[in-house]
Design a protein around this ligand. Structure first.
Ligand code: AMP
Ligand code: MG
Length: 364
């Protein structure tokens, strides 16, 4: 089966064409296109929802056309040689002939942004008579691990289910236990800021550009541990997290200090340590408690190499049977391929007129 998938929950506009063969448990990406308006938000130090949605309205059709053409091996150089009507003609043919269904992020996310993807998907589904699958964006972050990629993937070592899934993105931090593709239990999550949000907001305090996660990772690598900060819920028995206090703790730590490069790097290092320590501790504890060996990470923060390495190290000493998987970096941050991957493993089409944008979608 081949799916065209769309992702517009936040500031990215993504379209992908993904395929799964009946006898395989992984997903192949035939094309994956992401346009981002993050440079616009870098100027404001965070996302202004209206700006994000306006950019997505402009980007969605060109992104879909490119994803469809790329999926048939027409590269971007070759696309440039075609005029607009030729591009649309080819995209139309591919959509008609090769695409079996359309998947789209229905929530959670920014309402204006979600509407761009959902209404576009509905229109395509209606016009081309294709089934449509609404996808939960957060669960899809974990299913990015089912995309065929050798690095970090445990796909080839056996079955993926059951698994403990840790979602660490810009807006969410949640821990789940998955028994099968459609059966899961929410174990806990952040009570305030998400892990990515804590990185981005402290980054802002330090004068780093948005989103700050990648720069914090670079800076942390250049610094020995000196300062130490705390994630408040590290010793509690639940699976909850709290990261909002780190902003205050760090603001106080740097007050009246001259922000040298060295001090910034030191804060970046200690911030990562504080966030990662609690993420790893509670995830491994959940795996032990429920006797589960597979741990799947997902979301933008899971692109962090240090987090992945620290997970491996802790698992080695505390749960040697554990296998850690994280998506390739392109599929860790918001992308449409993961939306298609989720739809392929959880194929549940709905009537096109029943699908709606759900900004507050939670885990039910
Ligand atoms: P998402 O919401 O899944 O698109 O992820 C975006 C979040 O991931 C933002 O908060 C980024 O700062 C964060 N992020 C992206 N790359 C990294 C990285 N290498 N290390 C830590 N956080 C990252
Ligand atoms: Mg996300």
């Amino acid at each position: 089966m081949i799916i065209l998938s769309l992702e517009t929950s936040c500031d990215e506009t993504g379209a992908a064409v993904v395929e799964k063969k009946d006898n395989e448990q992984f997903v192949r990406v035939l094309s994956n296109v992401t346009a981002t308006s993050s440079s616009l938000h870098a100027k404001t130090g965070g996302i202004i929802p209206e700006f994000a949605a306006r950019e997505q309205i402009k980007a969605i059709i060109p992104v879909i056309v490119r994803a469809l053409l790329n999926s048939e091996g027409i590269n971007n150089e070759a696309i440039k040689q075609l005029n607009n009507s030729k591009q649309f003609e080819r995209a139309n043919e591919i959509l008609k002939k090769s695409i079996d269904a359309i998947a789209v992020t229905s929530g959670p996310g920014l309402i204006g942004s979600l509407l761009v993807g959902v209404e576009t998907a509905k229109t395509l589904s209606f016009a081309f008579d294709k089934p449509i699958i609404p996808v939960h964006h957060l669960l899809a972050h974990l299913f990015a691990n089912f995309i065929l990629n050798t690095e970090y993937s445990i796909l080839n070592t056996g079955k993926m289910f059951p698994f403990i899934g840790l979602i660490v993105s810009g807006g969410h931090t949640d821990l789940l236990l998955f028994e099968s593709a459609s059966k899961f239990k929410w174990l806990g999550g952040t009570r305030d800021d998400a892990a990515g949000e804590a990185l981005d907001k402290v980054g802002r305090i330090l004068g780093l550009s948005y989103p700050a996660g990648p720069e914090i990772e670079r800076r942390a690598n250049n610094q020995q541990p000196t300062a130490k900060f705390h994630s408040p819920l590290i010793n509690t028995e639940d699976f909850d997290f709290s990261f909002s206090g780190l902003k205050t703790e760090i603001s106080r730590f740097i007050v009246k200090k001259h922000l040298t490069e060295r001090l910034i790097n030191e804060v970046c290092h200690a911030l990562q340590e504080a966030i990662f320590a609690v993420l790893i501790k509670k995830t491994i504890r959940a795996a032990k408690l429920y006797k589960i060996n597979n741990i799947l990470l997902g979301g933008g923060v899971s692109a962090n190499q240090t987090l992945r390495q620290q997970f491996e190290l802790t698992a080695k000493s505390q749960l040697p049977t554990a296998k850690i998987s994280a998506p390739a970096k392109t599929y860790a941050t918001d992308n449409a391929a993961m939306i298609g991957a989720y739809a392929l493993l959880n194929y549940k089409p709905v009537d096109w007129h029943k699908i709606t944008a759900l900004p507050d979608l939670y885990f039910d």
